[in-house]
Ligand binder design. Structure first.
Ligand SMILES: [Zn+2]
Length: 152
């Protein structure tokens, strides 16, 4: 049900790894080690990498894997369908919870909450773990997405 098949492709390419222990991918400045998520794509034709740390003028980055666990920083309930380009996970729309999780690397990452969990399962400061689940399946295939699962 929630575990993606091997044929699933990430809904957003390059933002997370899949498998038993999925991880988010981030850009880390080689000068000051500041991390940003989502990772900066330097071959997208846009500006090249620049460090988000205002005290740093670094222009080189590494792609690194972030910690799988963090602490809930805030959360909310999505009771209405977001506008396009939102990819519906279900039709008709089913409300879902969103959590902002602070990772040991010092950044807060927003994501949907894992299937079967809602705001009643969330508490600021509680531990949450990254999982990858099926987002949706349509005629073009199956797509997976990262989500936050409360740690009991
Ligand atoms: Zn830097």
């Amino acid at each position: 049900m929630s575990v993606p098949s091997d044929a699933a492709t990430p809904a957003v390419e390059g933002w997370f790894t899949t498998g038993e222990e999925p991880r988010l991918l981030a850009s880390r400045c080689t000068t000051c080690s500041n991390v940003v998520f989502p990772p900066v794509s330097v071959d997208a034709g846009a500006a090249s990498f620049f460090c988000r740390n205002p005290a740093c003028d670094g222009q080189e980055q590494d792609t690194v894997e972030l910690s799988r666990r963090g602490r809930v920083w805030s959360y909310t309930d999505a009771q209405y369908q977001p506008p396009a380009p939102y990819v519906p996970a279900s039709d008709p729309f089913e409300p879902f919870a969103l959590a902002a999780v602070e990772l040991p690397e010092g950044i807060v990452v927003l994501g949907q909450v894992a299937q079967g969990y809602g705001v009643a399962d969330l508490r600021v400061g509680a531990e949450a773990e990254l999982v990858v689940e099926t987002l949706n399946v349509d005629e073009t295939g199956e797509r997976s997405i990262y989500r936050w699962r409360p740690v009991a």
